[in-house]
Design a protein around this ligand. Sequence first.
Ligand SMILES: *Cc1c(COP(=O)(O)O)cnc(C)c1O
Length: 394
Amino acid sequence: MSEINNLKIESKCVHAGIGEYEFGAVVPPIYQTSTFKFESAEHGGALFKGEEKGYIYTRMQNPTVEAMENAVAELENGYKALGCASGMAAIHTVFATLLNAGDHVVCSKSVYGPTATLLSTVLSKFNIETTFINASNLENVKNAVKENTKVIYIETPGNPTLETTDLKAVSEIAHNNGALLVVDNTFMSPVLQQPLMLGADIVVHSMTKFLNGHADVVAGIVVVKDEETYSIFRKTLNQLGGVIDPFNSFLVHRGLKTLAIRMEKHSKNATKIAEYLEAHPKVDWVRYPGLKSFPQYEVAQKQHKAPGGMISFELKGGLEAGRILMNSVKLSQLAVSLGGVESLIQHPASMTHLSMGKEARESAGITDGLVRLSVGIEDVDDIISDLEQALNKI
Ligand SMILES: *Cc1c(COP(=O)(O)O)cnc(C)c1O
């Protein structure tokens, strides 16, 4: 375990979090149990006092969960991690742990919808105020910081525009102002971007996406840098209760083994598809961190090992063109979520954001022809032929 830090990320993905198990098992067994027997009253007492290491109750800690948490912490170069029931449970745990009534948050505007809603509805009830900004422009970040700013929260690349923020620069702004930088690293994964190495204090993930990678688990995680922060977070998570269960932890840990090879393939496929779409007459524009036309291309080149699997593009025919494309694709699946081995396609204006109305959509940056594609690991020519036959119907 101690030598794992010297390994390259591809090897870490395979070996991270793996220990020694009964019968010489090569992978961590699934401890599908809610509670753990004490050897005696004294043993139970010692565990509760923290004088002895061991397991008490699965909401507090479980060996299968701990193995997966250690794996993600190793991949992110963190101290330890806390597995959560979903990405939103992880994000809520972070805000509930770090913030007090009267505190202020600076949050990037192109952020996962429910994250923004959590801040503007649930947390605002507790007198926590949020300023949403386009964080790719550092001046906006500097101007938004106030005396009571405790957290700068950045999702990069962001949802759904892929707007990209310079994490090293923002971490300096945060630390110069006594705030912490929290980064949602869901779109990139630790294989392509390591926020803690760029100055972030805390990383969160929806492990539902690339980390698990197989579209069969909902889960999240918080990665922290030191023992003190970890112990505060562990206590709060135990009280909030949004923990991951052993079976989902097992599945995520299994998914991690192929994370590096998947991210490489997602990136290769997406690069080819982005180039194909950019040259297509029915496509107005394409946003992909690997394209020279990408607005934050320089930052992306510096910050990412590869451009990732997420593409957004605008169809020339607006709402109707989007509908036709959605109803014509066969290989790409029409579904929300992202980061699985299968390509997923989504048209916000006709689906997730239909009820919002055109005006509200546009102010949120969701134009009528906007399509989001989570590129899978299928053969890239098959994905392109499928898009081609569907685009031909517009
Ligand atoms: C999906 C997602 C979340 C929320 O995660 P869940 O596992 O669905 O709760 C948070 N952030 C980003 C960037 C996401 O894509």
